[in-house]
Ligand binder design. Sequence first.
Ligand code: SAM
Length: 434
Amino acid sequence: MRLGGRMAAAAEIVADMDARRRPVADALKDWGLSHRFAGSGDRAAIGNLVYDVLRRRRSIAWRIGSNAPADLVIGAVLAEPSGSVERLAVALDGDRFAPALPDRQILDAFLNRDLDEAPDAIRADLPDWLAPRFADAFGADWIGEAQALAARPPLDMRVNTLLAEPEAVERELAPFEAHRSPLAPAGLRIDPIEGDRRHPNVQVEAGFQKGHFEIQDEGSQLVALLAGAGEGQRVLDYCAGAGGKTLALGAAMRNTGEIHAFDADRTRLAPIHDRLRRAGLANVEVHAPRDDLSPLAGTMDLVLVDAPCTGTGTWRRRPDAKWRLSEGTVAKRMSEQDGVLDRAAAFVRPGGRFVFVTCSLLPEENRDRVAAFLAKHPAFRVEDARALWRDALPGAPERYRTEKLGDGRGLLLSPGRTGTDGFFFAAMQRQGGG
Ligand SMILES: C[S@@+](CC[C@H](N)C(=O)[O-])C[C@H]1O[C@@H](n2cnc3c(N)ncnc32)[C@H](O)[C@@H]1O
């Protein structure tokens, strides 16, 4: 397919999503099934165009003066670093599948329009109602933070140090230009892909099959590290899901002690079994949703609540969710977070640590939930999260100074601050230990 056909396909997919309010992954998959002639290069390029539109939909619409899917795709192509009207016109010349280009004046205006003159929420590529929430979370930097959340993400991996050395995995993945992550000690990164290619499918590499590495955003690796799981400890991962954090905790504990992995949703939990096997972890007991956990009450050194949340911190990877989120959903997640915190707290032993993590950037899902929990549970005291960061990452480069990451009652990682997905981390201690 030439660029014109790819652009037309991307516009068709965006229109389908708009009409049926469906997730991008489903829309792309359906398009692929009904267009089997499209090769993997075409699919990658079309996917990138669709994702780029979704990440920056409002700013592109403002610059091109239209919300029509075909115009948004044209805007996404022009907004690329190498975008120019001349280059686009040459690429589409004589291509009968190409979308009709708007007037030359509109295209020129797109490239010359200064986004700094747009209303704040448009510059930030956010729905209006979220702008005050981002301002609350980030203060004066909020527009830059939201813009960083609208960029393409890297592909991050965590080396399973039980089975492999980071240097060896880095060498194995050298053909993909993988390099050590800036912060996470066992992290590797493949930078965001520019243009129409996509990240390699590293899951087919021998090292992945042998459990030498997992795909995990660096922010997720960091919050697992900050939890501070130690050798020989008893740990409960209360919202274990597919086990991303469980695996990181298990490696940190060097396969000693015991980890109890629990989740209310059997389907989400299902992949954990294969992942544990591949990673060579033998210290994890997986609990089914209806299991009786009461024998564990009051006995855990560490309880991790990686809570259900809006996922606002992951919008680089799931930009369609940005436009679907509603205030009702935020309220629902808040109430789930309160419930999960209340239940999970019962498992922390006196003197033990209780860690609350979300992949949300919204203060009401983060700071406010910790405050609500502490108000109800006087036996818990918040720990200094900045001190935990300094202890866990003594060699962190100067630009990741802790005062940029939060007030100590919690840390907020973000694409702008730490180059990671957005994550909130808070640690509390149950009083009364000997
Ligand atoms: C953010 S995801 C967990 C991701 C996982 N820890 C990882 O690192 O891959 C949140 C999880 O909380 C689970 N969950 C929601 N409500 C719950 C509840 N009441 N009790 C336990 N788990 C719950 C969801 O099923 C979901 O798997």
